[in-house]
Design a protein around this ligand. Structure first.
Ligand code: DGP
Length: 134
């Protein structure tokens, strides 16, 4: 499999590693929103959140929590975004699950998405569909 992040895990490609344990690796994003922008990945390949094993996700989520605290401290950030793109149409470029840990600064001007309002009955309908899908 030709996966960039698997090659980073295997040490075949260089990276600035900031943390690892038996399930998880965290390293600096090569194109940071701000310095300190970190990616947290499972060592075992999974394409995205929708396909990752529950145990690996639990480990990635806990590492992202720890790293949010560490990156905020290290960069003196004013806030932190924890983000994940899943599948190409949601902005995922690298097909190995990864959580972005991004320091944010007062007035940095980044916008994430444009909110909208629900139409009549729309919220109740999607609420029912989500409950049914669980
Ligand atoms: P996403 O759009 O969520 O799939 O983000 C992928 C991120 O991966 C993007 O911010 C840049 C980063 N990236 C891509 N290739 C490499 C690489 O070879 N090394 C590192 N450190 N980061 C990479």
């Amino acid at each position: 499999m030709d996966c960039i992040f698997c090659k980073i895990v295997a040490g075949e490609l260089p990276s600035h590693k900031v943390y690892e344990n038996e399930r998880v690796l965290a390293f600096l994003d090569i194109h940071p929103v701000h310095p300190g922008h970190t990616l947290v990945i499972p060592k075992v390949h999974a394409r995205n959140l929708l396909e990752i094993a529950a145990e690996d996700w639990a480990a990635v989520a806990e590492a992202a929590r720890m790293l949010a605290i560490a990156v905020e401290k290290a960069t003196d950030a004013d806030g932190m975004n924890i983000m994940m793109n899943n599948r190409a149409h949601a902005g995922q470029v690298v097909d190995h699950a990864h959580v972005h840990v991004i320091p944010r600064f007062k007035g940095d001007g980044l916008r994430q998405w444009s909110p909208r309002s629900y139409k009549e009955n729309e919220a109740a309908e999607i609420e029912a569909k989500i409950r049914e899908a669980l």
